[in-house]
Structures are given as structure tokens and as C-alpha cells.
Design a protein around this ligand. Structure first.
Ligand SMILES: [Zn+2]
Length: 237
């Protein structure tokens, strides 16, 4: 009997597929590498990063090339790595990749992408406003493409989804949770919340069961619908 269980477990291990979500990386990919190795992830598994991947950052793309080599060539096994854009991405570089395909196992899910993971219908919409853009330099450390536009919202079909993945959260959610999501370093200052306001339009346009977002550098389930992720991992079920 013991042998049978072991064999069944072995088979389950062969066919098990998982999709795992985490928050901002900012170009530091150790958590992705360590999670992949520790969880023994393989090609049948997926990782989704909720923006601020920071993979496309330096103009010459050297850091990008290094990570792609590490992921595609140095890892013994690798899952598919998907990410949405945040407000810390070099959009000039990012947009050079046709259909968002960076390499065979690394894909950028562009705004308005609808796809299925674990049999669940998912909508992806990156983008957010940088609260520190006043101290960054255009086309070097800041890109206006970061902001969500009406055109982005128009790309999202008015349908029912199981899951929504975004970088920022809808403004109504932010406003109800400012004490948790707001950055104390910038307390009391006025910021551009255009992207969050755009996401409110999306929230009113679609139906959804659960909404995942990053950006605020917090790990917290705000309620039974909205979850903010930073360093934690969640499995899509
Ligand atoms: Zn961030």
C-alpha cells in the first residue's frame, strides 16, 4: 500500500501544475530564483509578478540580458515567468518586444490581456503613477507610459472574470485603505491618482471574483476580494 501511495504521489508530481503570484521585484530577482528552486518549479508551472518587475530598466539592456541568461540557461528547470508592467519599467525598452515576449519563458502581459491560468479567466492591466516622479528623469528613470489611460481601460472587455491582476488598485479601494496602503514618507502630500481612478472605471465596468495588485509594498488581504502582494506568494486556486 505504501508503494502505491508513493507511486501515486510520484505521478501527481509529474502532472501537477501551479501558478504562483508575487509582488514588486524592482530588478532584484532572488526571490523568483529561490522560490523556483525551493518549490521545484518546472515548465508546467507559472509565476506571475504584479508589476515593477524592473527587468527592462537600463537603456543598454545589459541587466535584462543577464537575467534572461540566468533564467533560460542557468536554471536546471524553470517555470513560465509572466509579469505586468508597473511604474518602474523602462517602457522604451519594454515596448521593443513584439507581443510582450521577452524570451521563451519570460512574457510581459500587456494591458487588457485576457488569458486563462488554472482554468480561471484572468484579466491583466499594469500601470501606476510614480509618487516620486518629481525626482526622476524622463526616459532615464521615468516614463509617462506608466500611467493607465482611458485607451487601456477600453482594451479591457466588459465581461465576467475570475481574477484581475493589476499593479495599482482602484481609487475607491485605495481611499478606503489609505492608512494601510499609503506611504508614510509621503503622508499629507497630493499625488496624481489618475491610474487608480482609471482602475475604478474598470472595477465598475467588469464583474470579478478576486483582484490582486502590488505597488504599495504591503502584503495584506484587504477583504475577501482585494489582495495586495509584495514579498509574499499566493497560489492561484
Ligand atoms: Zn514598487
Amino acid at each position: 500500500m505504501q508503494t502505491l501511495y508513493t507511486y501515486v504521489d510520484f505521478l501527481k508530481g509529474l502532472v501537477y501544475m501551479g501558478t504562483y503570484i508575487t509582488g514588486d521585484c524592482h530588478g532584484i530577482f532572488e526571490k523568483l530564483i529561490l522560490f523556483t528552486i525551493r518549490m521545484d518549479l518546472k515548465e508546467t508551472d507559472n509565476i506571475i509578478v504584479l508589476g515593477d518587475m524592473g527587468l527592462c530598466w537600463r537603456k543598454n539592456g545589459e541587466d535584462l540580458k543577464k537575467f534572461v541568461y540566468r533564467w533560460e540557461e542557468k536554471l536546471e528547470k524553470r517555470p513560465y515567468l509572466y509579469f505586468i508592467d508597473g511604474n518602474h519599467e523602462n517602457f522604451d525598452l519594454l515596448k521593443t518586444f513584439k507581443d510582450g515576449i521577452i524570451s521563451s519563458h519570460i512574457h510581459w502581459l500587456r494591458r487588457g490581456t485576457v488569458s486563462y491560468f488554472e482554468g480561471k479567466k484572468c484579466l491583466f492591466i499594469g500601470g501606476a503613477d510614480s509618487i516620486d516622479k518629481f525626482r526622476r528623469i524622463k526616459h532615464l528613470s521615468w516614463w509617462e507610459d506608466e500611467q493607465i489611460t482611458q485607451e487601456d481601460i477600453d482594451k479591457c472587455p466588459a465581461e465576467d472574470f475570475d481574477y484581475v491582476f493589476s499593479h495599482a488598485c482602484p481609487y475607491s479601494v485605495f481611499a478606503d485603505n489609505t492608512a494601510i496602503l499609503g506611504d508614510p514618507h509621503f503622508a499629507g502630500e497630493e499625488f496624481d491618482r489618475t491610474s487608480e481612478e482609471m482602475l475604478d472605471k474598470l472595477k465598475n465596468k467588469i464583474q470579478f471574483k478576486h483582484w490582486w495588485f502590488g505597488h504599495y509594498h504591503k502584503d495584506i488581504d484587504l477583504d475577501d476580494k482585494f489582495c495586495c502582494l509584495y514579498n509574499n506568494w499566493k497560489e492561484l486556486l
